[in-house]
Ligand binder design. Structure first.
Ligand code: ATP
Ligand code: MG
Length: 604
């Protein structure tokens, strides 16, 4: 394309509403335009990038047995009611846009497609002979995110590749999951990204079957914990570790102590001259299930540890059936105002013990009359510990489980793993922390949707069995922006060659110089004919402006038809390294071809 002919507008200054480098650069360089909160127009340069990413994704998917299709974005509410997700998605989490049509039918705009695909599988898959089957699509998704931000990173309308596979059993599902692990690694490598595959939270359905693909970048919303031996990497939401060793308790007998003004772990440890590893702290949570029932939760854990709220939420979700509920819609540490709604008397805050009595809960239909008591597994071994006395201003010391305090029924892993912790697989390895942008997530769903929606097949013995299912998502638009987040400098974007909108840009320093124009035109034609996607900057602008724009939009190779043409050469500058060399005009096509091929080739 000729820049003089296309919509090409760049901005000199950073747009006010953009926070992270990639968002600023994509706006400034004219790749995207904000239309509303979390809603962006993909302008022609961006669309080319998105198509390149999509193509890489498509090729890697097609290299497995997956088949491309396109599912509807308008989804009948009935399907979501069958899976039990309609209320959570439209009301509780509120992530799904919903509407009512002229026939008074409820519809949702697809945030994801498990329901649609399971309905298709239910209708079309009859026999084990048809399995496994894997369908995928590349399509716009809609999600009413609470905090749309960072441009394409968290949009309310964005492009995703989502795929769903169906199997006779877990073994077959695992095989496809492994193929996807490889396909996703290939996609990211080919897109020129530095990434890490990490163990991810799979929600309450648990299992080991979920991996996130994280592009490493400071602006990432996720924290990854990993070991340097390369054997462990997990999202902090899921990560496990060995806690620091406990110190020996200075207390040998159980007694109640007057500890005024020691509401925090730090102050009580100072006061009693003990280590936080010898304290059992008790944290109060409040959760609301989808049937409106509020349940109060008391989490007991070592004083030096923190609650991992994702793990907590998973544990509480597992308890939902006990309260005749399906899932959780809210989880929080209740503030004073929230406490007032359920406390029968004022809580000894800062001095709570693991056996805080249920009589603190006032009787109400909406509130369950008993605490759920959870103990983190690392607090079980504590001896002679310190904890609250259920009385403001007092603690007890020298306490022991099964003596003064009953061990709660639920002993679970509920603590946050932290950087510096020792790794489980090898205590000599310590966890390190990195920031990541989640660009992909692969997931072994099992039979969750097939059971809920009655999607069965007949096995070799003629029995009806629920389909095993996996799902696999890549954020195509998020991936494209994260490439920028990983690769830019003070002058602009540096696209990886494989996903750059164009490979090369020819800059004519002076369009009034007929010879410069002629050489440029000729190269422009030849390069494009040779399959090297080339832009021609033939605008009537100062050379400096054109160079700045070329740097800003981040095209990998810039060809300048300047002074060197007197010697039959042009200057070629590599954007990433700024290395410049003069190349004989006749050699430009072959040289660039080689460079581009070398850059795109996957380095395994
Ligand atoms: P997140 O935790 O970032 O909200 P998610 O767990 O909701 O992501 P999935 O439902 O697994 O994401 O969707 C698959 C992929 O789609 C994600 O890995 C991500 O790359 C992309 N994605 C999800 N939400 C958005 C969004 N709001 N904007 C852009 N891409 C998104
Ligand atoms: Mg999300």
């Amino acid at each position: 394309m000729r820049l003089s002919q296309i919509l090409f507008v760049t901005l000199r200054d950073d747009p006010a509403d953009a926070e992270i480098p990639s968002h600023k650069l994509l706006l400034r360089a004219g790749y995207i335009r904000r239309i509303g909160s979390g809603i962006y127009a993909y302008l022609p340069l961006m669309w080319r990038v998105l198509q390149k990413v999509s193509q890489i994704v498509r090729e890697e998917m097609n290299a497995t047995d997956a088949q491309e299709c396109l599912l509807p974005q308008l989804q009948p509410a009935d399907l979501w009611k069958e899976s039990g997700r309609w209320d959570t998605y439209t009301k509780a989490e509120g992530i799904m846009f919903s509407l009512i049509d002229r026939r008074e039918q409820q519809l949702g705009l697809g945030p994801t497609h498990e329901e649609v695909i399971t309905a298709i599988a239910r209708d079309m898959i009859r026999s084990y002979r048809q399995l496994p089957i894997h369908l995928y699509q590349i399509q716009t998704k809609f999600r009413d995110e609470i905090r749309p931000r960072f441009g394409l990173m968290r949009g309310r309308e964005f492009i995703m590749k989502d795929g769903y596979s169906f199997h006779v059993d877990e073994e077959s599902l695992k095989a496809t999951y492994q193929d996807m692990y490889q396909a996703y690694s290939n996609m990211l490598k080919r897109s020129g990204l530095a990434f890490r595959a990490v163990e991810a939270d799979s929600g309450a359905i648990g299992g080991s079957g979920s991996t996130e693909f994280m592009v490493l970048a400071e602006a990432g919303e996720d924290e990854v914990l990993y070991t340097e031996d390369g054997k462990y990497a997990a999202n902090v939401e899921k990560a496990v570790s060995l806690p620091a060793d406990t110190e020996i308790s200075p207390f040998t007998t159980y007694e109640k102590r007057d500890t005024p003004g020691t509401e925090t772990i730090e102050t009580v440890c100072q006061f009693l001259k003990c280590s936080p590893t010898q304290v059992v702290k008790n944290v109060l949570y409040q959760t609301v299930y989808d049937n409106g029932i509020t349940v109060l939760v008391l989490v007991s854990l070592r004083g030096d540890q923190e609650v991992n709220e994702v793990k907590l939420q998973n544990e509480l979700t597992k308890l939902a059936p006990q309260y005749s509920a399906k899932t959780i819609i809210a989880l929080s540490v209740p503030n004073a105002e929230a406490q007032q709604t359920w406390t029968a008397k004022s809580l000894p805050l800062g001095y709570i013990a693991p056996d805080l009595g249920d009589e603190y809960i006032s009787s109400s239909k909406q509130v369950h009359p008993q605490f759920v008591r959870l103990l983190d597994q690392t607090a079980v071994d504590l001896k002679n510990f310190v904890t609250g006395a259920n009385e403001t201003g007092f603690h007890v010391v020298g306490a022991n489980w099964n003596e003064q305090f009953k061990i709660p029924n639920l002993v679970v892993d509920i603590r946050k793993a932290r950087p510096g912790d020792r790794a489980l697989h090898n205590p000599e390895q310590t966890l390190k922390s990195a920031r990541g942008i989640e660009v992909g997530h692969i997931f072994q769903l099992g039979t969750k949707y097939s059971v809920a929606m009655g999607a069965n097949y007949t096995n070799e013995q003629g029995e009806e069995k629920p389909l095993f299912m996996g799902c696999y998502g890549v954020g195509v638009s998020r991936l494209a922006q994260s490439a920028v987040e990983q690769s830019y400098d003070k002058d602009g974007i540096i696209w990886p060659v494989a996903i750059a909108p164009y490979h090369a840009i020819i800059t004519i320093p002076n369009i009034n110089d007929a010879q410069q124009v002629e050489v440029a035109q000729k190269l422009y034609t030849e390069l494009n004919q040779a399959g090297i996607e080339t832009l021609l900057d033939d605008r009537d602008e100062r050379a400096g402006v054109k160079f700045k724009d070329a740097d800003l939009i981040g095209i990998p190779y810039r060809i300048v038809t300047g002074r060197a043409i007197a010697n039959g050469k042009v200057e070629v500058v590599e954007r990433a390294t700024r290395k410049s060399q003069e190349i004989v005009i006749e050699d430009v096509v072959t040289t660039l071809k080689q460079w581009i091929m070398a850059a795109i080739e996957v380095k395994n």
